[in-house]
Design a protein around this ligand. Structure first.
Ligand SMILES: Nc1ncnc2c1ncn2[C@@H]1O[C@H](COP(=O)(O)OP(=O)(O)OP(=O)(O)O)[C@@H](O)[C@H]1O
Ligand SMILES: [Mg+2]
Length: 285
Protein backbone atom coordinates (compact mmCIF):
# COMPACT_ATOMS: atom_id res chain seq x y z
CA UNK A 1 0.00 0.00 0.00
CA UNK A 2 0.94 3.65 -0.26
CA UNK A 3 3.20 4.67 2.62
CA UNK A 4 1.29 6.76 5.19
CA UNK A 5 2.99 10.11 5.90
CA UNK A 6 3.65 9.32 9.56
CA UNK A 7 5.48 6.09 8.64
CA UNK A 8 7.70 7.69 5.97
CA UNK A 9 10.50 8.70 8.42
CA UNK A 10 10.78 5.08 9.62
CA UNK A 11 10.91 3.87 6.01
CA UNK A 12 13.62 6.46 5.28
CA UNK A 13 15.59 5.25 8.31
CA UNK A 14 15.34 1.64 7.18
CA UNK A 15 13.30 0.53 10.21
CA UNK A 16 10.40 -0.42 7.94
CA UNK A 17 10.87 -2.04 4.53
CA UNK A 18 7.24 -2.24 3.45
CA UNK A 19 3.82 -1.20 4.70
CA UNK A 20 1.46 -4.11 4.05
CA UNK A 21 -1.94 -3.04 5.36
CA UNK A 22 -3.82 -0.94 7.84
CA UNK A 23 -5.09 -3.15 10.63
CA UNK A 24 -7.35 -0.64 12.23
CA UNK A 25 -7.99 2.93 13.06
CA UNK A 26 -8.70 3.22 16.78
CA UNK A 27 -9.55 6.09 19.06
CA UNK A 28 -5.96 6.71 20.00
CA UNK A 29 -3.94 5.28 17.19
CA UNK A 30 -3.81 3.88 13.67
CA UNK A 31 -2.30 0.40 13.54
CA UNK A 32 -0.46 -0.99 10.49
CA UNK A 33 1.08 -4.31 9.54
CA UNK A 34 4.60 -3.67 8.24
CA UNK A 35 7.58 -5.73 7.17
CA UNK A 36 11.07 -5.16 8.52
CA UNK A 37 13.53 -7.53 6.87
CA UNK A 38 11.75 -10.86 6.97
CA UNK A 39 9.79 -10.09 10.13
CA UNK A 40 6.20 -8.90 10.20
CA UNK A 41 5.66 -6.14 12.71
CA UNK A 42 2.91 -3.98 14.02
CA UNK A 43 3.33 -0.20 13.78
CA UNK A 44 1.12 1.83 16.11
CA UNK A 45 0.90 5.47 15.05
CA UNK A 46 -0.32 7.63 17.92
CA UNK A 47 -2.86 10.31 17.21
CA UNK A 48 -2.17 13.80 18.49
CA UNK A 49 -3.56 14.57 21.93
CA UNK A 50 -6.28 16.78 20.46
CA UNK A 51 -7.58 13.92 18.32
CA UNK A 52 -7.50 11.38 21.10
CA UNK A 53 -10.60 10.79 23.09
CA UNK A 54 -8.97 9.27 26.09
CA UNK A 55 -10.93 10.49 29.05
CA UNK A 56 -9.59 11.47 32.42
CA UNK A 57 -5.98 11.53 31.25
CA UNK A 58 -4.95 13.18 34.53
CA UNK A 59 -6.11 10.12 36.45
CA UNK A 60 -3.56 8.07 34.58
CA UNK A 61 -0.60 10.42 34.43
CA UNK A 62 -0.60 11.05 38.19
CA UNK A 63 2.62 9.77 39.68
CA UNK A 64 4.58 9.82 36.43
CA UNK A 65 7.95 11.28 37.21
CA UNK A 66 9.79 13.82 35.10
CA UNK A 67 13.44 14.21 35.99
CA UNK A 68 13.98 17.70 34.61
CA UNK A 69 12.18 20.39 36.60
CA UNK A 70 12.04 22.85 33.66
CA UNK A 71 10.08 20.20 31.82
CA UNK A 72 7.83 19.62 34.80
CA UNK A 73 7.02 23.34 35.04
CA UNK A 74 6.41 23.63 31.30
CA UNK A 75 4.07 20.67 31.43
CA UNK A 76 2.17 22.04 34.36
CA UNK A 77 1.74 25.40 32.63
CA UNK A 78 0.52 23.62 29.50
CA UNK A 79 2.79 25.64 27.20
CA UNK A 80 3.42 24.41 23.67
CA UNK A 81 6.76 23.00 24.77
CA UNK A 82 5.02 21.43 27.76
CA UNK A 83 2.33 19.84 25.60
CA UNK A 84 4.95 18.37 23.33
CA UNK A 85 6.75 16.94 26.33
CA UNK A 86 3.47 15.54 27.63
CA UNK A 87 2.90 13.87 24.25
CA UNK A 88 6.37 12.30 24.33
CA UNK A 89 5.78 10.96 27.83
CA UNK A 90 2.46 9.45 26.79
CA UNK A 91 4.04 7.73 23.80
CA UNK A 92 7.09 6.55 25.70
CA UNK A 93 4.96 5.20 28.53
CA UNK A 94 3.73 2.38 26.30
CA UNK A 95 7.11 1.32 24.95
CA UNK A 96 8.64 1.60 28.45
CA UNK A 97 5.86 -0.54 29.91
CA UNK A 98 6.29 -3.12 27.13
CA UNK A 99 10.03 -3.50 27.80
CA UNK A 100 9.47 -3.70 31.53
CA UNK A 101 6.64 -6.21 31.27
CA UNK A 102 8.41 -8.42 28.72
CA UNK A 103 11.30 -8.55 31.23
CA UNK A 104 8.90 -9.46 34.03
CA UNK A 105 7.63 -12.45 32.02
CA UNK A 106 4.25 -10.94 31.12
CA UNK A 107 2.98 -11.97 27.67
CA UNK A 108 3.02 -8.73 25.68
CA UNK A 109 4.12 -8.09 22.08
CA UNK A 110 7.90 -7.77 22.00
CA UNK A 111 8.73 -4.09 21.62
CA UNK A 112 11.08 -2.99 18.82
CA UNK A 113 11.41 0.68 19.71
CA UNK A 114 9.45 3.88 19.43
CA UNK A 115 10.31 6.87 17.23
CA UNK A 116 8.52 9.89 15.80
CA UNK A 117 5.31 8.92 17.56
CA UNK A 118 5.31 5.38 16.15
CA UNK A 119 5.65 2.25 18.28
CA UNK A 120 7.12 -0.77 16.51
CA UNK A 121 6.42 -4.17 18.03
CA UNK A 122 6.04 -7.82 17.26
CA UNK A 123 2.87 -8.67 15.32
CA UNK A 124 0.85 -11.15 17.38
CA UNK A 125 -0.44 -13.91 15.09
CA UNK A 126 -2.60 -17.02 15.42
CA UNK A 127 -1.55 -20.57 14.55
CA UNK A 128 -2.09 -19.86 10.82
CA UNK A 129 0.11 -16.80 10.86
CA UNK A 130 -2.89 -14.45 10.52
CA UNK A 131 -3.22 -11.43 12.80
CA UNK A 132 -4.39 -12.74 16.18
CA UNK A 133 -8.03 -12.08 17.10
CA UNK A 134 -9.04 -10.09 20.15
CA UNK A 135 -10.62 -11.96 23.05
CA UNK A 136 -13.87 -10.18 22.30
CA UNK A 137 -13.95 -11.72 18.82
CA UNK A 138 -13.71 -15.39 19.79
CA UNK A 139 -16.05 -17.98 21.26
CA UNK A 140 -14.75 -20.38 23.88
CA UNK A 141 -15.81 -23.26 26.11
CA UNK A 142 -16.17 -22.83 29.86
CA UNK A 143 -12.91 -24.67 30.48
CA UNK A 144 -11.04 -22.51 27.96
CA UNK A 145 -12.52 -19.41 29.62
CA UNK A 146 -11.37 -20.58 33.07
CA UNK A 147 -7.89 -21.37 31.75
CA UNK A 148 -7.49 -18.05 29.92
CA UNK A 149 -8.90 -16.16 32.91
CA UNK A 150 -6.40 -17.83 35.24
CA UNK A 151 -3.62 -16.93 32.86
CA UNK A 152 -4.66 -13.29 32.63
CA UNK A 153 -4.93 -13.13 36.45
CA UNK A 154 -1.37 -14.41 36.74
CA UNK A 155 -0.16 -11.81 34.22
CA UNK A 156 -1.99 -9.11 36.19
CA UNK A 157 -0.05 -10.34 39.26
CA UNK A 158 3.26 -10.30 37.37
CA UNK A 159 2.48 -6.76 36.16
CA UNK A 160 1.69 -5.58 39.64
CA UNK A 161 4.89 -7.17 40.97
CA UNK A 162 6.69 -5.06 38.33
CA UNK A 163 4.88 -2.01 39.73
CA UNK A 164 2.40 -1.58 36.87
CA UNK A 165 -1.40 -1.56 36.57
CA UNK A 166 -2.73 -1.79 33.00
CA UNK A 167 -5.60 0.63 33.56
CA UNK A 168 -7.63 -0.23 30.43
CA UNK A 169 -7.79 -4.01 30.43
CA UNK A 170 -10.74 -5.32 28.44
CA UNK A 171 -11.59 -8.01 25.89
CA UNK A 172 -10.47 -5.55 23.20
CA UNK A 173 -7.00 -5.10 24.67
CA UNK A 174 -6.14 -8.78 24.94
CA UNK A 175 -5.25 -10.84 21.86
CA UNK A 176 -5.37 -14.61 21.66
CA UNK A 177 -2.50 -16.45 19.98
CA UNK A 178 -1.89 -20.20 19.92
CA UNK A 179 -0.47 -20.21 23.44
CA UNK A 180 -3.13 -18.02 25.03
CA UNK A 181 -3.76 -14.38 25.94
CA UNK A 182 -1.37 -11.56 25.02
CA UNK A 183 -1.94 -8.19 26.68
CA UNK A 184 -1.71 -5.05 24.51
CA UNK A 185 -2.46 -1.32 24.57
CA UNK A 186 -0.52 0.15 27.49
CA UNK A 187 -0.04 3.92 27.01
CA UNK A 188 -2.21 4.55 30.06
CA UNK A 189 -0.42 2.02 32.31
CA UNK A 190 -0.03 3.44 35.81
CA UNK A 191 2.61 3.20 38.47
CA UNK A 192 1.04 1.07 41.17
CA UNK A 193 2.65 2.70 44.17
CA UNK A 194 2.68 6.33 43.00
CA UNK A 195 -0.89 6.58 41.76
CA UNK A 196 -3.82 6.95 44.15
CA UNK A 197 -6.20 5.46 41.58
CA UNK A 198 -4.11 2.31 41.13
CA UNK A 199 -6.23 0.17 43.44
CA UNK A 200 -9.51 1.13 41.77
CA UNK A 201 -7.96 0.61 38.34
CA UNK A 202 -6.60 -2.81 39.22
CA UNK A 203 -9.98 -3.89 40.53
CA UNK A 204 -11.72 -2.57 37.43
CA UNK A 205 -9.20 -4.33 35.15
CA UNK A 206 -9.76 -7.61 36.97
CA UNK A 207 -13.54 -7.19 37.06
CA UNK A 208 -13.63 -6.49 33.31
CA UNK A 209 -11.79 -9.74 32.64
CA UNK A 210 -13.87 -11.75 35.11
CA UNK A 211 -17.15 -10.45 33.67
CA UNK A 212 -15.99 -11.19 30.16
CA UNK A 213 -14.85 -14.76 30.85
CA UNK A 214 -17.82 -15.18 33.18
CA UNK A 215 -20.12 -15.18 30.13
CA UNK A 216 -18.60 -18.53 29.18
CA UNK A 217 -17.94 -19.81 32.71
CA UNK A 218 -20.50 -18.25 35.08
CA UNK A 219 -18.73 -19.77 38.11
CA UNK A 220 -16.06 -17.11 37.64
CA UNK A 221 -18.59 -14.43 38.53
CA UNK A 222 -18.45 -15.66 42.13
CA UNK A 223 -14.72 -14.93 42.45
CA UNK A 224 -13.02 -11.88 43.89
CA UNK A 225 -9.51 -11.88 42.44
CA UNK A 226 -9.14 -8.08 42.26
CA UNK A 227 -9.50 -7.50 45.98
CA UNK A 228 -7.41 -10.56 46.81
CA UNK A 229 -4.55 -9.42 44.55
CA UNK A 230 -4.54 -5.88 45.91
CA UNK A 231 -4.63 -7.05 49.51
CA UNK A 232 -1.60 -9.30 48.96
CA UNK A 233 0.19 -6.44 47.18
CA UNK A 234 -0.55 -4.01 49.97
CA UNK A 235 0.65 -6.51 52.58
CA UNK A 236 3.91 -6.97 50.65
CA UNK A 237 3.05 -10.62 50.06
CA UNK A 238 2.44 -10.65 46.32
CA UNK A 239 4.99 -12.60 44.24
CA UNK A 240 4.98 -13.28 40.48
CA UNK A 241 4.12 -16.92 41.19
CA UNK A 242 1.64 -16.39 44.02
CA UNK A 243 -1.16 -18.95 43.73
CA UNK A 244 -4.48 -17.11 44.00
CA UNK A 245 -7.71 -18.49 45.38
CA UNK A 246 -10.20 -16.00 43.98
CA UNK A 247 -11.52 -15.50 47.47
CA UNK A 248 -11.52 -12.41 49.56
CA UNK A 249 -12.95 -12.17 53.02
CA UNK A 250 -13.36 -8.81 54.66
CA UNK A 251 -13.39 -10.60 58.02
CA UNK A 252 -10.74 -12.83 59.55
CA UNK A 253 -12.98 -15.88 59.40
CA UNK A 254 -11.66 -18.72 57.31
CA UNK A 255 -13.30 -18.98 53.92
CA UNK A 256 -15.34 -21.92 52.78
CA UNK A 257 -13.65 -23.56 49.82
CA UNK A 258 -16.52 -25.01 47.85
CA UNK A 259 -16.53 -27.10 44.70
CA UNK A 260 -16.50 -24.10 42.39
CA UNK A 261 -13.28 -22.81 43.89
CA UNK A 262 -11.64 -26.20 43.75
CA UNK A 263 -12.50 -26.50 40.06
CA UNK A 264 -11.11 -23.05 39.36
CA UNK A 265 -7.97 -23.73 41.35
CA UNK A 266 -7.38 -26.96 39.46
CA UNK A 267 -7.81 -25.26 36.09
CA UNK A 268 -5.46 -22.58 37.35
CA UNK A 269 -2.79 -25.08 38.36
CA UNK A 270 -3.05 -26.87 35.04
CA UNK A 271 -2.69 -23.55 33.23
CA UNK A 272 0.42 -22.70 35.22
CA UNK A 273 1.97 -26.06 34.43
CA UNK A 274 1.15 -25.64 30.75
CA UNK A 275 2.79 -22.21 30.74
CA UNK A 276 5.84 -23.52 32.50
CA UNK A 277 6.19 -26.11 29.73
CA UNK A 278 5.87 -23.42 27.04
CA UNK A 279 8.44 -21.31 28.83
CA UNK A 280 10.87 -24.16 29.12
CA UNK A 281 10.33 -25.07 25.46
CA UNK A 282 10.99 -21.46 24.46
CA UNK A 283 14.10 -21.26 26.57
CA UNK A 284 15.36 -24.36 24.83
CA UNK A 285 15.08 -22.61 21.40
N1 LIG B 1 1.09 -6.23 18.39
C1 LIG B 1 -0.08 -6.41 17.78
N2 LIG B 1 -0.28 -7.52 17.04
C2 LIG B 1 -1.47 -7.71 16.41
N3 LIG B 1 -2.51 -6.85 16.46
C3 LIG B 1 -2.36 -5.73 17.18
C4 LIG B 1 -1.15 -5.46 17.89
N4 LIG B 1 -1.28 -4.26 18.51
C5 LIG B 1 -2.53 -3.83 18.22
N5 LIG B 1 -3.19 -4.70 17.42
C6 LIG B 1 -4.56 -4.54 16.89
O1 LIG B 1 -4.86 -3.16 16.77
C7 LIG B 1 -5.95 -2.80 17.61
C8 LIG B 1 -5.71 -1.42 18.23
O2 LIG B 1 -4.55 -1.45 19.03
P1 LIG B 1 -4.54 -0.76 20.46
O3 LIG B 1 -5.61 -1.33 21.30
O4 LIG B 1 -3.14 -0.84 20.96
O5 LIG B 1 -4.83 0.75 20.05
P2 LIG B 1 -5.99 1.77 20.45
O6 LIG B 1 -5.85 2.96 19.60
O7 LIG B 1 -5.95 1.93 21.89
O8 LIG B 1 -7.31 1.09 20.07
P3 LIG B 1 -8.70 1.23 20.85
O9 LIG B 1 -8.87 2.66 21.17
O10 LIG B 1 -9.67 0.67 19.87
O11 LIG B 1 -8.51 0.37 22.10
C9 LIG B 1 -6.05 -3.92 18.62
O12 LIG B 1 -7.38 -4.09 19.09
C10 LIG B 1 -5.59 -5.12 17.85
O13 LIG B 1 -6.64 -5.68 17.10
MG1 LIG C 1 -7.10 -0.76 22.43
Amino acid sequence: MKIPKRLQPLVDDGLIDEVLSRLMSGKEADVYVVRSGDELRCAKVYKEAAKRSFKKAAQYTEGRKVRNSRRQRAMEKGSKFGRKEQEQIWQNAEVDALYQLADAGVRVPEPRGCMDGVLLMELVVDENGDVAPRLGDVMMTDLEAIGHHAFVMQDVVRMLCAGIVHGDLSEFNVLLDEYGPVIIDLPQAVNASANNNAKAMLERDVDNMTKYFGQFAPDLLETNFGKEIWQLFEDGKLRPDTVLTGEYEESEEAADVDGVMIQIQEAFKEEQERLERIRQANEGD
